[in-house]
Design a protein around this ligand. Sequence first.
Ligand SMILES: C[S@@+](CC[C@H](N)C(=O)[O-])C[C@H]1O[C@@H](n2cnc3c(N)ncnc32)[C@H](O)[C@@H]1O
Length: 416
Amino acid sequence: MTKKYTDFSWDFREANTKTFTHCFHAYPAMMIPQVAERILTKYGQNAKLLFDPYCGTGTSLVEANLKGIDAIGTDLNPLARLISKTKTTKIKLQVLDLYLKDFSDYIFSLLFYLKKINVVIPEIKNMDYWFDKTVKEKLSIIKSFIEKIEDENVANFFKVAFSETIRESSFTRNSEFKLFRMTSEQMQKFNPDVFGIMQSKLARNHKGLKSFLEQKPKGKSIVYDFNTSLEIKHIQKESIDIVVTSPPYGDSRTTVAYGQFSRFANEWLGVDNANQIDNNLMGGKTQKEVYRFSNKLLDSSLEKIGTVESKRARDVSAFYHDYQSSIDNISCIIKPGGYVCYVVGNRKVKGVILPMDEITKTFFENQGFTHMETIVRNIPNKRMPSKNSPSNVAGEKDETMSNEFIVVMRKKSLTL
Ligand SMILES: C[S@@+](CC[C@H](N)C(=O)[O-])C[C@H]1O[C@@H](n2cnc3c(N)ncnc32)[C@H](O)[C@@H]1O
């Protein structure tokens, strides 16, 4: 049997990817819930505990909980942790509804007295470069309302809606992950209805939460903040039945800048050094040498990149060095016979393809895992750059990531 095959039924071309709490917040390179659901149906029938080592907004945690599976996630980005925690918390609707009504009444009263209110504007780097004067006042009003919410789960629910409101009312071009300012012409015309945006996010997320709760999800989730490349905390050895995850496919500088995407929200929510997050993510630290991996594919790709530009080869190898350590750490906590399912995308650097699926497979094989299958799917929905500049030359574009690979590995057990 061919273990690597394309299956169009995994594309989920027309599927609604924003069901339940999946509607809460956009994020770069989100996994679609249908993929997580189908993986769990195929490989998680007897699973009791799932782990997502780079959980982002918690797509796999939500799907696990809906199937009665408990889940643990970790992510180094505080915004991602806030979103995934909130999406998997069974917030009491009666309490939430009281606060929503309070908020609505408060905003209604403010619309008439805005100028008389004394607002405390938080200290945010380059505030005036990114936010118009009225916008920052209105955002500060929302922030001070949230700070008075006593119920932590409800406060988180408001913070998630606030995060998208911040981004959408800033001068950043919303179609980009990285922070690019609008042109001055666009800025002059830009007049966002800050309170209106917040209200509509709250209403949308309330609907999503309600339908999530109506499913009576039996599973629970915990979200941690440890770096999987360095260590695994809080999780016992050989305790995880299944991993369902989508890791980064390169460092944040040259691929998806998760930290930059989240910077405004993290800053407004009081996270220190929010502009440093990308440096701490996988491959974020520049290295002095090109690592060797005893992986022919990877080593020869790095050699080819190195002949064009040695710094790029060092950066790419730094990423894979962290990725391999992360896989080594994760391998220890999987039960014998347990599954790991990695949804990965390939990448081209300086014209050289880095086959992330093959590399993932061999990294796990080195840890005593057996390759079950690799399903190739098209990605019509995923929010990520479909074009990049492989040579980093402005204007030189290349198609990347139009498909992704679901790599399924199984840890050997004595009976296998
Ligand atoms: C592709 S995204 C995950 C998206 C997620 N599946 C979803 O549906 O929202 C990868 C995530 O890995 C996180 N990350 C990167 N390096 C990490 C590390 N060393 N340890 C933990 N998380 C990391 C990033 O912050 C990012 O949120």
